[in-house]
Ligand binder design. Structure first.
Ligand SMILES: [Zn+2]
Length: 253
């Protein structure tokens, strides 16, 4: 067995193993977000639903740099915003948004949100992600917009509206704010965030240079069926995770 396979561990079978698996994926996702430059001060959060208590989720502690987060730093928050595991505080916005997104989407094991530059820029334009590249097709007719920016999210009513705007999709563009993605696994939600941010960058570049050609609807839907599934999202995340498992040996501390 290789170092990576040992670090990844065997397929989880018990609740405790599944919890550890989700926490490991979560810590790896933060390292990856840090590497991609998705942090902006204290903004941004990725959550993983607890396998035993579905109304609780694991999340990064408020004010901790993504690139320094270890498994033991993660905190667990209940449906009232109380930290039930860990001794660090939770970001109020993280609780207000993610508690309501997880409530609205029982299928979502994970949700990711950060103030990445190109997602922020695209969110200000009142447009969606267009099917102008193969990668962008993963989001074709599978993302929505939330157009009512009302300031820093500090109440659960705003989280409810974001959850409603997300609908059944894998992502929502929060106007004048940034991107939010969900998945049936941490790996999937994190991958959608990475590739959505990069697809926003590609669209902004293409729009600045000319008039991008759209892929036709039938082809875009066909590509989405190949690259936009939960399984595909999870698989795309694997090379990124395998890399940080080697470069960041303190990750599981
Ligand atoms: Zn935010």
């Amino acid at each position: 067995m290789t170092t990576v396979e040992q670090a990844r561990g065997a397929a989880p079978v018990t609740t405790e193993q599944e919890r550890l698996h989700r926490k490991r994926e979560l810590a790896a996702a933060f390292r990856i977000f840090g590497r991609f430059g998705f942090s902006e001060g204290v903004a941004g959060h990725i959550t993983a639903r607890d396998p035993e208590h579905p109304d609780r989720f694991w999340v990064n502690p408020f004010g901790m740099n993504f690139s320094l987060i270890k498994v033991s730093d993660l905190i667990c928050v209940d449906h009232e915003g109380t930290v039930v595991s860990g001794d660090r505080p939770v970001n109020r916005a993280a609780f207000c948004i993610h508690s309501q997104v997880h409530l609205a989407r029982p299928d979502a094991v994970a949700a990711a949100h950060a103030h990445s530059v190109h997602g922020k820029a695209l969110s200000s334009l009142g447009v969606r992600l267009d099917p102008i590249t193969q990668d962008a097709c993963a989001f074709f007719e599978d993302h929505s917009r939330y157009d009512e920016y009302r300031g820093v999210v500090n109440d659960i009513e705003e989280g409810k509206r974001i959850g409603a705007a997300l609908g059944p999709n894998k992502a929502v563009i929060l106007a004048n704010h940034g991107l939010l993605t969900v998945g049936q696994s941490v790996a999937e939600a994190a991958w959608w965030f990475v590739t959505m941010e990069r697809s926003c960058q590609a669209q902004l570049l293409a729009m600045a240079a000319g008039t991008p050609r759209h892929i036709d609807r039938e082809t875009a839907l066909q590509v989405r069926s190949q690259t936009g599934t939960p399984r595909a999202g999870q698989f795309h995340f694997r090379p990124l995770r395998d890399h940080v498992l080697v470069t960041d040996p303190d990750l599981f501390g």
